[in-house]
Design a protein around this ligand. Structure first.
Ligand code: GLA
Length: 381
């Protein structure tokens, strides 16, 4: 049975009525451009074949009834007229927050029955929450025929994270989940939200390895990094670190606190690497990709300090294996989660075998490996 046939059947069993819509929104992997989005910089993510599926039906009143198949069929009801943060059932805040913000633009929206399921690993840096938010918005856009485009949807999802969930994230995850294009990565300018589809050479495949290390305090560390970047932007009296270049930063080095200097050095150099990576992908220049991804990882490890030892071990063994034939780095917000590799076709199997053997031997942890391909965003035509 396909996912959507199964979802339709379960929906009608649970809600005693047929579905109106079934939607899907993908998770993402970021190839390069990490912690640059909230600095008005550049990112290069791709939408992947792991995502969130939602079956939905309209209601005539203002109640929303949601059931989450992956949380032991837990179900929650709330009224759109009284949306509060739920401290007990954390997953429902992604639904409630998103609808609260959506309703600011469409105040007459009514309720819905929603059934949710997904396969984006949680806490792995592959944007399970953004894919959840975008799926909710897509379901509502279809149910209520809203003139919502992918960029508007992404902004609503981000606002809900910032104002309702409490994570000061940038726009990357929601925008790629909404607007990704199959076979491509997206060069996104996070200042004006313009983007360009960048074809991924057919000779390369994407391999994602989960270190299976989750860390606490991810959100507070993330918000601290963001504040540090804003402090440096303030020092230069510019809107964001996007407006600072290497020369400016070097000249100011002695006036800046060392931690702040290193945070900014990561962002400034990562923006340049992201633009260079677009050229490298376009020219299928794996040697350059390999170098840029390596530099990105070291910068995240030493300057931005968001890597962890297990991730560094994974990156080192994969990089030793790939040499100049492919690239590898940590991906996502950091503090655990996944590494992403661009691997020449034909080498994936050997790489995976090596990782399975060595990672467990060196860390005592069994990794998860996702065979990945790029997919289309939820709002992309
Ligand atoms: C998280 C955030 C994104 C981005 C990345 C780091 O995924 O949600 O906005 O900042 O971390 O690149």
């Amino acid at each position: 049975m396909t996912n959507s046939t199964k979802l339709k059947k379960l929906f009608s069993q649970h809600f005693n009525s047929a579905v109106d819509v079934i939607v899907h929104a993908p998770g993402r992997v970021n190839l390069i451009g990490e912690h640059t989005d909230f600095n008005d910089g550049f990112v290069l993510p791709a939408a992947i074949n792991y995502g969130t599926d939602i079956a939905g039906r309209k209601r005539d009143d203002n109640f929303v009834n949601v059931i989450a198949l992956d949380w032991g069929n837990e179900s929650v009801s709330f009224s759109l007229d009284d949306i509060q943060y739920d401290k007990k059932t954390l997953w429902v805040n992604y639904v409630a927050g998103t609808l609260k913000i959506l309703r600011q633009s469409y105040p007459s929206l009514k309720g819905a029955e929603l059934m949710v399921t997904g396969n984006v690993p949680q806490g792995a840096g592959l944007s399970s929450s953004a894919s959840f938010e975008i799926a909710i918005l897509k379901a509502y856009a279809e149910l209520y025929d809203l003139p919502l485009d992918g960029i508007k949807a992404a902004l609503i999802g981000q606002k809900s994270e910032n104002e309702f969930v409490g994570c000061n994230c940038g726009i990357m995850d929601q925008l790629i989940s909404a607007m990704g294009k199959q076979g491509h990565a997206m060069l996104l300018d996070c200042r004006d939200l313009s983007f360009k589809d960048v074809s991924i050479p057919e000779t390369l495949s994407i391999c994602i390895v989960n270190s299976n290390c989750k860390r606490d305090l991810v959100e507070s560390e993330y918000n601290t990094r963001r504040t540090q970047c804003e402090q440096v932007a303030e020092y230069f009296d510019v809107k964001a670190l996007r407006d600072v270049n290497e020369n400016m930063l070097e000249q100011a080095k002695s006036n800046l606190d060392d931690t702040l200097y290193r945070r900014a050095r990561h962002v400034v150099s990562e923006n340049a690497r992201t633009l260079a990576a677009v050229e490298a992908l376009t020219n299928a220049d794996t040697k350059l990709l390999s170098q840029l991804m390596h530099e990105s990882h070291v910068s995240l490890q030493k300057d931005f300090e968001v890597s962890i030892p297990q991730i560094d071990i994974l990156v080192a063994m994969m990089s030793e294996f790939l040499g100049e034939k492919g690239g590898v780095r940590m991906t996502g917000g950091g503090f655990g989660g996944c590494v992403v590799a661009l691997v020449p076709n034909g080498l994936e199997h050997e790489l995976i075998t090596m990782v399975k053997q060595r990672y467990e031997a060196e860390t005592g942890i069994v990794p998860s490996i996702y065979s990945t391909h790029t997919t289309q965003g939820a709002f992309r035509r």
